[in-house]
Design a protein. Sequence first.
Length: 198
Amino acid sequence: MGERSLVEDLLVSGLDDPAYAAWVFGLATTAGLVSRSQLRQLSIGIISEVICQGLMVPGDHDRDGHHPWDCAAGAAIERITREWILDWSDEVPTPGAIVWLANTAAGDEAARRVLARESSSDPMVVRLEDGEITIMRVGLQVTYRAESGSVDSEMLAPPMSIAVYFDSSELSRSDHAGEIRQFVDRALQLRGFQVEFI
């Protein structure tokens, strides 16, 4: 299963509803940056990319729907940047502030390709010296030394977060349960997941 880029995450979320600047900022936080200034810059970069590539249209949104701005891409990006810096500085904008972004037909098509890629992908496998884990959208198949079994899990928001229900698995009753749990945690973290054991 290939990881989604931040642009792909934004486009997939845009299949259902228009996105706003604070939503993009939330996606940017998954990149591992902590500085709000860097997060703002990354967010504006993502927005600029989808606008310039014709994947999303900037505008306003109300109960009647999305209303595209009547300006060129460059002018829209300049407006977004100026408003974010002057009105919000390094703060997180409130939902709906600055800009709303709606997928274009090309944006919808790109998002559907992402979903098709994910639905047809093989499960992700992490191999380490003492075993391997197969990560599926729901569930893990764990092989640790001579023991193997399945563990319920589920992907969470934000992306790359996973809840692992280890204590209810057959592996939790193993004589090596503590080692297996540490192995699962280590393997998932090496793959980039934030792990929550439940």
